[in-house]
Design a protein around this ligand. Structure first.
Ligand SMILES: C[S@@+](CC[C@H](N)C(=O)[O-])C[C@H]1O[C@@H](n2cnc3c(N)ncnc32)[C@H](O)[C@@H]1O
Length: 273
């Protein structure tokens, strides 16, 4: 179903005022990661809203309005896009990766919930994309082959004490962890603090994957043991995957290692399907 309640595979009719809002995931980088569904939604839109560098990735179509805004203005951008759609236009809001993963789809939902009734009558659709975690995992092997969780390490929208608590509980539960927003100029110490917490709970040999600019020409994957994991291996274009005690690293002659999570937990009866 789309968020507008329409059956899968059917394109939504425009809302009562003729407007339509689609939230589109662009994938992690190059156009080859853009799904055909996302490309079609972008081509149909009369107006595109998004963070400037993401809008720059969308092929230009004559007559299509582009409304770029700052990365920190997610709610304002969502409101502006909804108001534009409510006036009768076909509007797309773009996100890098998947729009539902630490991105614009939730901001649009927040705006709809708190906004005027006419926004709840709009046709709204979320078009998924390849999220950074999946592109980084694929570049390293299969580190998400068993149970995992994803967290934003940013404490802009939650206290860092909550991040610390979730790290401890995830480690205790044996989950592989993917970290988004791992570090920034305004948050210089939090990632090293996270590694320190995990070093107290997990084996020192657990592989940590630093995937930078996945799916882009300058993509880089660095894999180190948890004992050697440091914040200066990451920046805001990095997604980090921290393995669990079950995670395996296969060394290969002349090739990068493969990191994977076996499908079954050691000692578990039966196999994973
Ligand atoms: C605000 S979140 C947006 C996530 C995005 N919606 C997604 O699904 O990938 C931004 C964070 O995503 C991660 N990220 C986004 N693109 C990436 C890429 N191409 N390679 C590695 N990490 C990326 C980084 O952790 C970055 O700090």
């Amino acid at each position: 179903m789309s968020a507008g309640g329409e059956p899968d595979g059917q394109k939504g009719a425009a809302g009562p005022a003729g407007g339509r809002l689609v939230v589109v995931g662009l994938g992690p980088g190059e156009a080859r990661f853009l799904t055909p569904q996302a490309a079609a939604a972008l081509a149909e839109a009369e107006a595109l809203y998004g963070y400037g560098p993401y809008l720059d990735r969308v092929p230009l179509r004559p007559g299509q309005a582009r409304l770029a805004s700052d990365n920190r203005e997610e709610l304002g951008r969502a409101r502006a896009a909804l108001a534009h759609a409510a006036a009768g236009s076909r509007v797309a809001v773009v996100s890098g990766g998947d729009p539902g993963v630490f991105a614009m789809a939730a901001a649009v939902m927040e705006a709809i919930e708190a906004g005027p009734a006419e926004w709840r009558a709009l046709d709204v659709e979320v078009v998924p994309g390849v999220t950074a975690m999946l592109a980084v995992a694929a570049a390293a092997g299969a580190p998400l082959g068993h149970d995992f969780c994803a967290m934003s390490l940013s404490d802009n929208l939650k206290p860092f004490e909550l991040v610390e608590k979730r790290l401890r509980l995830a480690a205790e539960a044996g989950l592989v962890m993917a970290f988004y927003n791992p570090v920034s100029k305004a948050r210089p110490w939090q990632l090293d603090r996270a590694f320190d917490i995990l070093r107290g709970l997990l084996p020192a040999s657990v592989p940590v994957i630093f995937g930078r600019a996945a799916g882009r020409p300058d993509a880089r994957t660095v894999i180190v043991p948890l004992a050697a994991a440091r914040a200066d291996l990451a920046d805001m274009a990095t997604c980090i995957i921290v393995g669990s005690a079950e995670t395996r690293r296969i060394e290969r002659p002349g090739r990068p290692p493969l990191v994977y999570a076996p499908r079954a937990v050691r000692g578990a009866a039966g196999g994973a399907s």
